[in-house]
Design a protein around this ligand. Structure first.
Ligand SMILES: [Zn+2]
Length: 298
């Protein structure tokens, strides 16, 4: 699957090419206007070449050579100052001052976050991570619409903690998030999936039912993402959906693979956990018995 890292890397390599062209244009423009500066720079380069050849021949650098380069550098400095030329005209160009074209910024705790200059790449990654129907759910809107739901807040905190932990530190990587219908489960799931991508993890969102739709276009691409992402959210999970033969097979395989890797899988359901566990397909039952129940604040 294509992760946010892949999107950023692609974009950064293209940006580097553009920055190199910009820098070369700047230099050419200044040299055309001030040919004497171009000559000084040529002399500096020639002097450095001589030194390199000497080093390769294992010959010592003479005092005259040191002096020659120092004099040329001083001459260059004076020329630039006298003609009011920008002293950074030949420095590498940077498009984003926030991340210095790395694509990420670090917070005070040292955690990575996608830089704002990579918003387009982030949006593309979100759309390719199963959230194409949820463009309107924005991370910025979460705090404003925060409900008084204690369960939802507890789940949010738990998932953030689990995401931050190393796979090997998690007692179990399969989690169940159960709450009433229309309690905002999907909204929270989408926000957390987007947050995971914003903090440079790979995450994927799908509906449980879609796991059984083998004939759908892009099914195998989706399954590949479901198997390999750092965090998978399976929404609308229920014992009924899990009774469908193909869905149960796909789910069983997914949970097996992801559990072995310690990759976080969150099953979102409106069914009470006890009912779910009692009425589930035998291939999944064992994995649900040992799953962690999120938001268990009663
Ligand atoms: Zn940036």
């Amino acid at each position: 699957m294509k992760t946010i890292d892949d999107y950023i890397k692609e974009s950064i390599s293209y940006r580097k090419i553009l920055n190199k062209i910009r820098r070369d244009d700047n230099v050419r423009e200044v040299y055309e206007k001030y040919p004497d500066l171009a000559k000084i720079d040529e002399e500096i380069i020639a002097s450095r070449k001589d030194v390199m050849i000497r080093i390769l021949r294992k010959e010592n650098r003479s005092e005259n050579e040191f002096e020659r380069e120092d004099k040329l550098l001083l001459k260059r400095e004076d020329f630039i100052r006298e003609h009011g030329i920008d002293s950074n005209f030949d420095s590498p160009c940077v498009t984003c001052n926030l991340c210095k074209d790395i694509g990420y910024v670090l917070n005070e705790k040292g955690s990575k976050r996608v830089c704002s200059c990579m918003n387009q790449e982030y949006e593309e990654c979100v759309l390719a991570s199963g959230m194409q129907d949820y463009e309107s759910i924005r991370l910025e809107g979460y705090s404003k619409s925060k409900s008084s739901s204690r369960i939802r807040e507890a789940v949010k905190k738990e998932i953030c903690d689990l995401l931050a932990a190393e796979a090997s530190d998690r007692a179990t990587s399969i989690c169940i998030y159960s709450d009433y219908a229309s309690s905002g489960k999907t909204y929270l799931a989408i926000c957390l999936c987007k947050l995971a991508i914003m903090t440079c993890r790979s995450a994927y969102y799908c509906k449980a039912e879609s796991l059984g739709n083998f004939s759908d276009d892009g099914y195998y691409g989706m399954m590949d993402s479901c198997k390999n992402c750092d965090m998978l959210i399976v929404d609308d999970f229920s014992s009924d959906v899990a009774k469908l033969f193909k869905t149960a097979s796909a789910l069983s395989e997914l949970l097996e693979i992801r559990n072995m890797k310690g990759a976080l899988t969150i099953l979102v359901t409106r069914e009470p956990v006890s009912e779910l566990r009692d009425d589930i397909d035998y291939r999944i039952e064992g994995k649900l018995r040992s799953a962690r129940v999120l938001g268990d604040i009663k």
